[in-house]
Ligand binder design. Structure first.
Ligand code: PBG
Length: 326
């Protein structure tokens, strides 16, 4: 290694063309996954109060939004539904309804935008009377019974036309069971994006407002990961890869860039990162106060994810990023 004055790192920063030539990391519209929130009803476009500029859509409005995302070059949506309260129970019954909101949403998206890759959230919390990701017995979230429902739910999403299911529940062994269930039902090409390293994070707060899915008792620490742990994230990702995950995910994003890198170095499948609702809210709030330049903040965060090793980024800023990249 030559040192100063032979090596002058500023030589490669001297003008925009040189900087472009030596740029190590790039970001493309193909890297983006746009989450969408769906509600029952008609002609509904509801702003989520803790996520300014982000909306819940009824199915008719969802068609318009998804078409707009597609026209911005975005090739994948991750679908979340806000189930009506009266459909909630402790068994995830509504999650399996072939005519449920999720199943209808998948069909509507595929009708208006057949090439859009539809990924679906697989977890029981929007359907749970307890607001937990699994079935509750004696105050505990039971693993195996939950996994059985998640496997059926995945098949139901595949039947409706989902391209990929995205289990976000953090139960043990669910990837293998979902893979088996999809294969047994003939859905060999329906993929699995596993939320492998999902931390028990306060940054999901605005999302739980969006879906009215906050846990009714306790917290999610018996299934979501301890933010203090690193090796465990690699273990989870390797297990999911072995169980048949086509992609793995790290979530949240900004506080966990070290985990993105470690997981990227460990697995041989694409790694996605979820830039979650609280991270969106932070940027929006600071920008509203005039404390941050929103556009620059968004692009710096996106580049940070890519540099850390993320292949895909799920972000509520997907459309903004697409516009900024144009
Ligand atoms: C629930 C789920 C959550 C998110 C995605 N799927 C919240 C939670 O685990 O409580 C969070 C997304 C976000 O905050 O943007 N299975």
């Amino acid at each position: 290694m030559s040192t100063f004055p032979l090596s002058r790192p500023r030589r490669l920063r001297v003008n925009a063309s040189t900087r472009a030539l030596v740029q190590e990391t790039t970001l493309s519209v193909n890297d983006l996954i746009a989450p969408v929130f769906v509600v029952e009803g008609e002609n509904i476009t509801e702003e989520i109060s803790s996520m300014p500029g982000y909306f819940r859509y009824s199915l008719d409005q969802l068609e318009i939004e998804v078409t707009d995302l597609w026209n911005h070059g975005i090739k994948s949506v991750l679908v979340f539904v806000k189930a009506d309260d009266h459909t909630k129970d402790n068994a995830g019954t509504e999650a399996l309804n072939p005519n449920g909101l999720m199943q209808r949403a998948i069909k509507r998206i595929k009708t208006v935008c057949p090439e859009m890759i539809v990924m679906t959230d697989v977890a029981l919390d929007p359907y749970s009377s307890y607001g937990h990701d699994g079935i509750v017995e004696n105050g505990e979230i039971v693993n195996e019974k939950t996994v059985e429902v998640l496997a059926k739910m995945s098949v139901s999403h595949a039947q409706a036309g989902a391209d990929m299911v995205a289990p976000s529940d953090m139960m043990d062994g669910r990837i293998l069971r979902i893979r088996q269930a999809l294969d047994e039902a003939g859905f060999i090409n329906t993929g699995i994006m596993a939320y492998s390293a999902k931390y028990a994070s306060c940054f999901y707060g605005p999302f739980r407002d969006a879906l009215d899915s906050a846990p009714g008792f306790g917290d999610k620490k018996t299934y979501q990961m301890n933010p203090a742990n690193r090796i465990e994230a690699v273990k989870e990702a390797l297990m999911d890869e072995q169980e048949g995950a086509d992609m793995v995910m790290v979530k949240p994003g900004m506080p966990y860039l070290d985990i993105v890198r470690e997981v990227k170095n460990a697995v041989h499948v694409p790694v996605s990162v979820y830039h979650v609702s609280g991270e969106y809210a932070m940027i929006k709030a600071a920008a509203a106060k005039g404390w941050l330049n929103e556009k620059q903040a968004i692009m710096e965060v996106m580049m940070g994810f890519k540099r850390a090793g993320a292949d895909l980024i799920a972000t509520y800023f997907a459309k903004d990023v697409a516009k900024l990249l144009r």
